[in-house]
Design a protein around this ligand. Structure first.
Ligand SMILES: *Cc1c(COP(=O)(O)O)cnc(C)c1O
Length: 392
């Protein structure tokens, strides 16, 4: 029976709530149009300006931008001289790019299990994984919650290791009052549309010296070094990783808004904690993220669903959320259990804590323009889906 026939007004379905959505303002769109009309659309003045702004944000350290946050890490490893015969320590709970770059340079990833509370690499287990072949560590700030930089760099220093911080998710986060990127060794950011600031696609690498930055420029553009009007030399084999000026202009419109965006994300995270603290939601037995409101940039809000024989499967939860008009995501499946890694020797049970989290972790919608009412809808819907499956 239609709503009309029943005499009651039709209640419109609420609009689809996506997992995330970039905030691009009209001034940025106008700026992009200007770049497109300017006659210079690939790497040029906007790339230079973006690098200058990022460097300023990162305490004056050298910064170069690229067309992804994946190639930035690969280039950092190349600059550090990491290659065949070397090992690099990282986490199995990340986007697969984090360990792919280790394979790309010919080295071997060495996974270390996670701390299930922070969901980041368990620094207590890192030293046991160090061998004479270890050259670097790639920690990941999952969901923007920073890995303990004091302990990380104490380990790196003690063992003479380089660090490539996979800070793809933690732009605008801080450690002990210092911005991520303003401290440490190599720091890699991603500006994918899902990240807290975007260049559509893109990334940035923070380095230590101008010599490293020069090498980064070479790896970014086929190894070419130009001198004078007609001089050109090629010192190394580089790829094609440069960012366009169109993309850089998007980034220039995004950077000034990072604290505003992250403030809105933080407030929504607080709302989620409040709503998940209500009795009906508490009864669900979800594992919530670390309630940190000073350092994390709240890139994502992730819950771990209850496990057990009676528990509803994650795919079913996601399907029911989708049917209710709410997008959810999985960040991430355990890297070492992908076919390419299994073929290299990894197997089920190698990293039980990461595997348990990866099986049941679920990312809920969170983005700057989301409203409190939308967060309520998420929690109410999830509660309605999970409550019938509670273990008595
Ligand atoms: C997004 C992301 C990357 C890759 O960044 P791209 O810009 O998409 O190449 C790497 N690591 C983590 C943890 C990420 O979230």
């Amino acid at each position: 029976m239609s709503a009309l026939a029943s005499g009651s007004p039709a209640k419109p379905a609420p609009p689809y709530l996506p997992l995330t959505r970039p905030t691009i303002d009209e001034a940025t769109i106008a700026g992009v149009a200007e770049v497109l009309r300017s006659g210079w659309i690939t790497s040029g003045p906007n790339v230079k300006a973006l690098e200058a702004k990022l460097s300023e944000y990162c305490g004056g350290r050298p910064v170069r931008v690229f067309n992804s946050g994946t190639c930035t890490m690969e280039i950092a490893l190349r600059i550090a001289g990491v290659g065949p015969g070397h090992e690099v320590i990282t986490t199995p709970l990340s986007w697969v790019a984090t360990s792919h770059v280790i394979l790309e340079v010919g080295a071997r990833p060495v996974f270390v299990d996670i701390d299930p509370v922070t969901r980041n690499i368990d620094l207590d287990r890192v030293e046991a994984a160090i061998t004479p072949a270890t050259r670097a560590i790639i920690p990941v700030d999952l969901a923007g919650l920073p890995v303990d930089r004091d302990r990380l760099y104490a380990i790196a220093k003690k063992h003479g290791l380089r660090v490539v911080e996979d800070a793809a998710q933690s732009y605008g986060a801080t450690w002990n009052g210092k911005r991520i990127g303003a401290l440490g060794d190599f720091v890699s950011f991603s500006f994918h549309p899902n990240k807290n600031v975007t260049t559509i696609e893109g990334g940035a690498l923070v380095m230590n010296t101008e010599a490293e930055a020069k090498l980064a420029e070479q790896y970014r553009l086929q190894g070419v070094v130009r001198t004078g009007f007609d001089g050109m030399e090629v010192e190394l084999v580089g790829g094609k990783f440069n960012l366009t000026d169109v993309a850089a202009r998007v980034g220039l419109g995004q950077l000034p808004r990072i604290d505003e965006f992250n403030g809105q994300r933080r407030e929504l995270a607080r709302v989620y904690f409040e709503l998940f603290g209500r009795p009906a939601a508490r009864a669900l037995g979800l594992q919530l993220p670390v309630a940190d409101f000073t350092q994390t940039n709240w890139h994502m809000f992730q819950v771990v669903l209850p496990a057990g024989p009676r528990a509803l499967k994650r795919a079913e939860v996601m399907a029911q959320m989708q049917a209710a008009g709410i997008g959810t995501g999985v960040h991430y499946p355990a890297i070492h259990l992908f076919a390419v890694y299994r073929r290299l020797g990894w197997n089920d049970g190698d990293f039980p804590l990461a595997e348990a989290t990866c099986r049941s972790i679920l990312t809920l919608p969170l983005f700057p323009t989301m409203t409190r009412a939308e967060a309520e809808r998420v929690v109410d819907t999830l509660t309605a889906i999970l409550t019938p499956h509670l273990t008595p």
